[in-house]
Design a protein around this ligand. Structure first.
Ligand code: CUA
Length: 160
């Protein structure tokens, strides 16, 4: 016979098992089912050698790497993104290969999964799919000094 006290204890014990199990399931589904991962380490680079190291020697140049697939190098520095404007065709998959020349910056592109840190000496790679034509603004979202608020730009997705 289950008495009131046992019910009360079960009322605490069962959720305290169910909640971590639910979280574990959410982690497994998002990692292996939805393939959501933190950006992988994409290599290192000497900040002083950025201008002579591909692909950063040609920042902003959209390179086609497959059907509807592009790559673009982006350099952040105080207090500007190079390039400031990126034009890509609609329905394209774009990989941003980015780094910082000086201090830690961030790159967040609105309406996409691009939300990364740009660390001097480190290369960051993140891929986004742009389906709808339009303007997707991006900002630096790591406070990087007095001109932090000036670091913005846009990805312009053009009708094909
Ligand atoms: Cu760059 Cu804030």
């Amino acid at each position: 016979m289950i008495n009131r006290k046992t019910l009360l204890e079960l009322g605490w014990i069962l959720p305290s098992i169910a909640i971590p199990v639910g979280m574990l399931v959410a982690v497994i589904v998002s990692a292996f089912g939805m393939m959501i991962h933190v950006p992988a380490d994409a290599g290192t680079i000497q900040p002083a050698a950025i201008d002579s190291t591909p692909p950063f020697d040609q920042p902003g140049e959209l390179r086609q790497v497959g059907p509807n697939e592009y790559e673009i190098a982006l350099v952040a520095q105080i207090w500007v993104f190079n390039p400031r404007e990126i034009r890509v065709p609609a329905n394209s998959r774009v990989t941003f290969v980015a780094t910082s020349r000086d201090v830690i910056h961030g790159l967040h592109i609105e309406g996409t999964n691009v939300n990364v840190m740009l660390i001097p000496g480190r290369i960051t790679r993140q891929t986004a799919v742009f389906r709808e034509p339009g303007e997707y603004r991006f900002v630096c979202h790591e406070y990087c000094g007095s001109g932090h608020h000036l670091m913005f730009g846009s990805v312009i997705v053009e009708e094909t």
